[in-house]
Design a protein around this ligand. Structure first.
Ligand SMILES: [Zn+2]
Length: 450
């Protein structure tokens, strides 16, 4: 017998279903890891193994983070890179990341996930592309399991060092044969393609300026052989475009088209400088974009044409990006920044609050190529973020509580449910001792810089 959970009497349930229902005084009935029913409170069962009264709360589908580098939580606000653009920022950080250890990967992943969960996120991707000192993707996979978070672990890689005209130091790149072998190992060991999967593996060479054309092609062949998704960085800023033109004599969009890096199983981070041809190509092929507004502003990369992408039919999700270029893992805050930045670039009607919330939920699910998360509906996985409408940041915003989640600062979640399990209860993370985690994380961050 699977346990049942009744979340009852929520002031509003934002379904993000096909009809975009917003149910007043709504309840959600969960059996095991799935939503069985959602509707007006009086129409649902009144009994369950556990009942949580949500009077004064708003429920949204668990938010989905499509781009991150969690190890970077150890290198926030490093003084020497507080004010640089992408390539300058990277070249200063590579030598520090070279000292990462497996314990650091584990603890920083837990830390980033704790922060994400408390900001409403229930599914996250992580792009790990540095593997010094015996670090493995397994370190972040094990960390995710301790947090109970739905996880798309991206096996990143860098293979073109400075000697071959790439950006990373030669000591931080891996041999291409070793990259492919280890990627195959983690797919075979961990990838779960079943509906409701808590763990999927993603094939993710870091970027066109740190891997070869051959590795991009062979990675795609490997991913498609195992039917797993592919992810990389693309068209992030002007230097990125220049590199692509000089090295490949192509725009980034032409390059990924040539490599076969387009399709429903592919998503690219940033795409700030994606051109008309790229937008049409992505729309036609179902290729996804991870929009990371804070990082794009932090590194002065530019304003991604998200309004235009959405109008053209491109799948767009949100990403907080690595904690060294954000420098926070606040996903509901990222939705706010997405809205504000589109308005700066393209006018006050470029994005509204519900559209921003949609990017963070349904949009992210599409980008990760999933149809079992991103909305509150019968048969979907039970992933929910629940905010207290009586919190300080929402005071006076009762005129439109749904929009308030994006326009205001709703603070941390009151409850989080992931795969039917209550992971945050009355504002407290139930899965880990948070003060102890932060203290351990800070010690490791100091050790890394010593
Ligand atoms: Zn990134």
């Amino acid at each position: 017998m699977q346990p049942t959970l009744l979340l009852k009497n929520a002031e509003i349930v934002v379904c993000m279903d096909d009809a975009r229902r917003e149910i007043r005084n709504g309840s959600i009935y969960i059996r095991g890891d799935k939503i069985e029913a959602v509707g007006a409170a009086e129409t649902l069962p009144q009994q369950a193994d556990e009942i949580i009264d949500l009077r004064g709360h708003i429920v949204v589908p668990g938010l989905i983070n499509t781009h991150h580098h969690m190890y970077q939580s150890l290198t926030r606000v490093i003084p020497s890179v507080q004010n640089g653009e992408l390539f300058n920022w990277l070249t200063h950080l590579y030598p520090i990341w070279q000292k990462l250890t497996p314990e650091m990967i584990h603890v920083s992943t837990q830390t980033a996930m704790a922060e994400l969960i408390l900001s409403g996120c229930t599914t996250t991707s992580d792009h790990l592309y540095v593997y010094p000192n015996g670090c493995r993707l397994d370190d972040s996979i094990h960390a995710a399991a301790t947090m109970g978070m739905r996880f798309h672990a991206s096996r990143g890689s860098m293979s073109v060092g400075q000697k071959q005209g790439g950006l990373p130091p030669d000591s931080l790149v891996e041999k291409e044969s070793a990259i492919l072998e280890d990627t195959q190992r983690v797919i075979e060991r961990y990838h779960d393609d079943s509906r409701g999967a808590m763990l999927r593996i993603v094939v993710a060479p870091c970027s066109p300026f740190s891997v070869s054309r051959e590795l991009m092609k062979e990675s795609a062949a490997l991913a498609r052989h195992y039917n797993v998704s592919m992810h990389t960085h693309l068209a992030e800023n002007d230097s990125d475009i220049r590199y692509s033109r000089e090295k490949f004599n192509m725009t980034p969009a032409q390059y990924v088209e040539d490599l076969g890096w387009v399709g429903h199983d592919v998503w690219h981070a940033h795409c700030v400088k994606l051109d008309e041809h790229g937008i049409a190509l992505f729309a036609r092929t179902g290729t996804g974009v991870a929009h990371c507004p804070c990082s794009n502003m932090r590194l002065a990369s530019g304003i991604a044409p998200v309004r235009h992408m959405c109008d053209a039919g491109v799948n767009v999700g949100l990403g907080v990006d690595g904690s060294a270029s954000n420098d926070s893992s606040d996903l509901i805050g990222e939705a706010r920044q997405a809205l504000l930045l589109q308005r700066v670039g393209f006018g006050p009607d470029a994005m509204n609050a519900r559209q921003a919330l949609e990017l963070a939920t349904r949009g992210g699910a599409k980008v990760l190529n999933r149809d079992d998360i991103g909305s509150v509906a019968p048969g979907m996985q039970a992933d929910l973020a629940i905010f207290d409408l009586n919190s300080l940041g929402l005071a006076g915003a009762g005129h439109d509580p749904v929009a308030a989640l994006v326009f205001c600062n709703p603070g941390q979640v009151a409850y989080s449910v992931i795969n039917g399990k209550v992971v945050v209860r009355k504002g407290e993370l139930a899965v880990i001792d948070l003060p102890e985690l932060v203290s351990r994380h800070n010690k490791l961050a100091a050790q890394l810089m010593a």
